[in-house]
Design a protein around this ligand. Structure first.
Ligand code: G3H
Ligand code: ZN
Length: 283
């Protein structure tokens, strides 16, 4: 069965590793992810955005994640990514998700606390874990777009108060990463991570994990990041591989001929991330 993120977060903190949230956009993403996680014996989180949920449908989304958990025997959480309302979070929980993110970062601080608290209360009553978000993370993901100027770093004192008042199971804070690939290198505020992580008992979450240099990921995990989200890098690996395969042979019509190498490329990305995050042999 699918598990709450609390199934592996205490171990992540004790052993100083981060669990990867690999976004699932279709069956191939799920297969690539569990193949890598099984080989490396790693816990994992399937992130599903509202856009991906709309694309796959609730039944297929939950069935694919459950099949992955059954086949692998690994602790797997099925997690709503950037849930925008209480209603969508409840819909996912009713549908079979084991974890939800409520992203109230575009609301005022007090309103974000109030709304997140309501999700936490309802989710916890059903054994479902909750991620909150503070500060705004730049970049584009699905329908959510935040330009550089409106990307706000999280304030450590606010993050600590947010945790204390909401009781979230992990907390995403804006620390300089962005959704999508980077033009240059992100300017990650490791001090903010350290200040928040040392003051709260739950993991700090790093969004926008795609394209972050390896050394920065290692430093972020050492500073207290316990969950890292990766989506774009897999999308790029899949699409670039398919593009290359089709460019080489214009006669291809069997989707398996390009999806198989595309899936393989995602598997390679995920394997390297799991090793980098240090969650191998921690299932
Ligand atoms: O919520 C999902 C992540 O933050 C993904 O970010 O697409 O830059 O890897 P990314
Ligand atoms: Zn995100």
């Amino acid at each position: 069965p699918l598990v709450s993120m609390n199934e592996f977060f205490p171990k992540a903190r004790a052993n100083k590793f981060a669990v990867g949230q690999f976004n699932m956009n279709n069956l191939e993403f799920a297969q690539a992810t569990i193949q890598a996680a099984m080989e490396l014996n790693s816990p994992l989180i399937f992130g599903v955005s509202e856009g991906a949920l709309k694309y796959m449908g609730m039944e297929f989304t939950v069935a694919i994640a459950e099949a992955a958990a059954k086949k692998s025997g690994l602790p797997i959480a099925l997690h709503l990514d950037h849930g925008s309302t209480f209603e969508v979070a409840m819909k996912c929980i009713r549908g079979g998700f084991s974890s939800v993110m409520f992203d109230g970062s575009h609301h005022s601080f007090e309103e974000n606390i109030r709304l997140t608290k309501e999700v936490v209360k309802a989710a916890h009553a059903m054994g479902v874990s909750v991620e909150g978000e503070l500060g705004t993370i730049g970049g584009v993901e699905d329908d959510i777009s935040v330009d550089e100027e409106n990307a706000n770093l999280a304030k450590p004192e606010e993050a600590i108060r947010f945790y204390e008042e909401t009781g979230v199971d992990c907390l995403a804070i804006a620390v300089g990463t962005a959704h999508g690939m980077y033009a240059g290198e992100p300017d990650i505020k490791f001090d903010i991570i350290r200040q928040v992580a040392s003051a709260i008992p739950v993991p700090v979450v790093l969004h926008g994990g795609s394209g972050v240099p390896d050394q920065m990921i290692i430093e972020a995990v050492a500073a207290g990041v316990g969950k890292i989200n990766v989506n774009t890098e897999n999308q790029v690996a899949l699409t670039e591989t398919i593009r290359a395969v089709l460019a080489k042979d214009s006669k291809i019509y069997d989707p398996r001929k390009y999806l198989t190498p595309g899936r393989q490329a995602m598997y390679e990305v995920i394997k390297s991330k799991i090793l980098l995050f240090g969650s191998n042999n921690q299932a």
